[in-house]
Design a binder for this molecule. Structure first.
Ligand SMILES: [Zn+2]
Ligand SMILES: [Zn+2]
Length: 352
């Protein structure tokens, strides 16, 4: 990997901003695929070839075998018509999807509503079943994604193509900007929640019990499936849930309308909303109004998790639900809000 060091003075010669310095260096080297990374002491910069930094081969090979096993599992479930195992897979997917979309995403990442301790514990259990990393890590990456969308600091930057933002970002080393700018995202509120702190501390044993053992045992005893079908059902469900979540990062950033803010990449994608069972695919709305617990405008749109949150609010389990007002939505749609220098002006009222 070619790395060339320059002093800050060399770079900032006739430059007043980092962006200008970037442009100057790129022009000087005629290497548009290069980016610069600011070192911690801000005195030197490093050139890195952005096309060559690393595949994590252990992850790549593991993912390949995981998907071979996935297709073998699908084949077996079809051939043996294990319909009960399919039903169980869909049933438990609902709960794990709720843990991700309502728990990790709307509650912890964006604070779109507040939840009582019992509800937070239940959502933590569901999120653990999903097996998508602990809540703290999930939310930290997601806040970084919102703050630096479609830049190198976005962990799944959609400008690097569908494959990268869908799964490739998990198979390659993090871009240095992800690490550097990740430090600017405040996640102290997450660790202030004892539920998040507990899950992070005991994530591995919790995941083995709740995400691996529990679904297999429940499928075997509650749905009367064989042990092998129970295992395959749980495994297939896990791989499907990973891809459905990844579609929010890929398809919902590439395909669909942009009725609220055409200046950002996220789009309104009904297919993604259906597969994640939570309406997270209405992504142009969500990136425009990230503090809104409904994740989409009211109306015909598929939004089961919105109703779940409202039901919990009626039962006293959820409170302080935040919504974008119809007036604000109308103003934004007419594009009369002041555009600032910020890339995502409408996210300003949102402090995570
Ligand atoms: Zn979000
Ligand atoms: Zn997004």
């Amino acid at each position: 990997m070619p790395r060339v060091h320059f002093s800050a003075n060399e770079i900032y010669e006739k430059c007043s901003t980092e962006q200008e310095a970037n442009t100057q260096i790129i022009n000087k080297n005629k290497a548009v695929d290069y980016f610069i990374v600011k070192e911690v002491n801000k005195s030197r910069y490093i050139f890195v070839d952005s096309n060559r930094y690393g595949i994590v081969w252990l992850n790549a090979i593991s993912f390949m075998f995981m998907h071979i096993a996935f297709f073998i599992g699908i084949y077996r479930l079809f051939v043996f018509t294990a319909y009960k195992a399919w039903i169980f897979g869909v049933w438990i997917s609902l709960f794990s999807a709720m843990g991700v979309t309502v728990g990790a995403h709307r509650l912890w990442s964006h604070k779109t509503f507040k939840a009582t301790l019992p509800l937070r514990i239940v959502l933590m259990v569901f999120q653990t079943i999903a097996g998508q990393n602990d809540i703290y890590t999930w939310c930290r990456d997601h806040r970084l994604h919102h703050k630096f969308s479609e830049t190198d600091a976005d962990p799944h930057n959609s400008k690097r193509g569908f494959f990268f933002c869908h799964v490739g970002w998990l198979l390659t080393k993090k871009h240095p900007d992800v690490v550097l700018k990740g430090k600017t995202v405040d996640c102290s509120d997450l660790l202030a929640d004892p539920v998040v702190k507990f899950q992070r501390k005991y994530y591995l044993p919790l995941y083995i019990i709740l995400g691996v053992v529990f679904p297999i045992v429940a499928c075997h005893y509650l749905f009367d499936c064989s042990w092998i079908d129970s295992f395959i059902s749980s495994y297939v469900r896990y791989i499907v849930s990973l891809h459905t979540t990844w579609f929010v990062n890929s398809a919902a950033h590439m395909f669909g309308d942009q009725p609220y803010n055409p200046q950002i990449a996220p789009r309104e994608n009904i297919f993604v909303s259906l597969v994640v069972m939570g309406s997270e695919g209405f992504h142009n709305y969500h990136h425009t109004f990230p503090w809104d617990y409904t994740i989409s405008e009211t109306g015909w749109k598929f939004n089961p998790m919105k109703h779940a949150i409202e039901l919990w609010a009626k039962l006293g389990l959820a409170y302080d639900l935040k919504r974008a007002s119809p007036e604000l939505i109308a103003r934004v749609k007419r594009n009369i809000l002041q555009q600032s220098e910020d890339q995502h002006p409408y996210e300003k009222p949102h402090d995570f």
